[in-house]
Design a protein around this ligand. Sequence first.
Ligand code: GLA
Length: 392
Amino acid sequence: MKTRQQILDGFKARFGTAASVYRAPGRVNLIGEHTDYNDGFVLPAAIEFYCWAAAAPRGDGKLVIYSENFNETVEASLDSLSPLAKKYWANYPLGVAWALRRAGKPINGANIYIAGEVPLGAGLSSSAAVEVSVALALLQQSGNAENRAELAQLCQKAENEFVGARVGIMDQFISCFGRASHALLLDCRSLEHEFVKLPADVQLVICNTMVRHELASGKYNERRAECEEGVRILRSALPEVRALRDVTLSELEDHRQNITPKVFARCRHVITENGRVKRAVEALHKGDTAALGPLLEDSHRSLRDDYEVSCRELDLMVEIAGAQCGLIGARMTGGGFGGCTINLVETAAVSDFRRNVAAAYSSKTGLTPDIYVSPASEGAQRIVVEENQAAR
Ligand code: GLA
């Protein structure tokens, strides 16, 4: 993990001044996949991978943004922000400035230095981490009070309307609200949320298939449109339905003849997945860790067969995990089409699990997977002192 000092040094070398340092985490979703944009329930946790943003004010109404990951700088005037075709990474921070201004937040020009540690395109929300860290930097630099739920929504808007990916609210919300040792149950309609303590003897193990996904590439937006199609048809018989969140499985069955098999399957995934989130939270409350296993397995199966967002490598990674000692449950996590699996693993079994899964996956695919173990961590914050000093 980077240190505050490294980020300050990077900023100074580039812009020649002191700066304030912010960071926002990526996330892993335990269960509740592709439910957020259906007004449903999700259960993510923030992870110890961050996007760092150092910022200092400029007096000329411009944003000058340097990305350490891409070793590139973009410059834009706050008065004329529009998406860039060639420097795609920059659309996330520029989109955030655009969304803040459109919401009437008076933000000033700034120099911004971005360094992301969340693996890109791995389904761990590197984009939300960039958005939230930059939003926090821009707001605080301009002396605005921040409302975290609003901040998350504005970052989502930036991604929806400026970048062009119609993502839900989950990633931005957990990046703003993460809490150490806890997952967060979020009602994506009301934004009511509850922190759910994770069992002390279980680790979050994240296995990266090394197959990159691209959210804006169309498949994600296509799934979203299929859900909307389902709602449109169901509404003609059930006018009170606003989203798939409002539909029961038996109501869906009752109207099967009006819906194409594909849209039916998409709807069935969302409805059953919402049920699994609730059951997973009950299990965590009761300390019944073993009950999580079948819920994660069913979630993966449903994402693979009904929602069709898995891929060969994700299925293989889950299958390999299933053969290991100490595994409680495994499933793909995030948008899908590549990226990572989440594995709940008993602490004592973690090092064997990592070694065995990596060896088996490599021998079957020729790919060397990255395997991360991360505690659930805190959400976005300004970093005022180094962590080792803060701990003293
Ligand atoms: C991506 C999106 C989220 C959510 C997940 C799938 O991570 O950013 O809003 O829809 O996919 O659960």
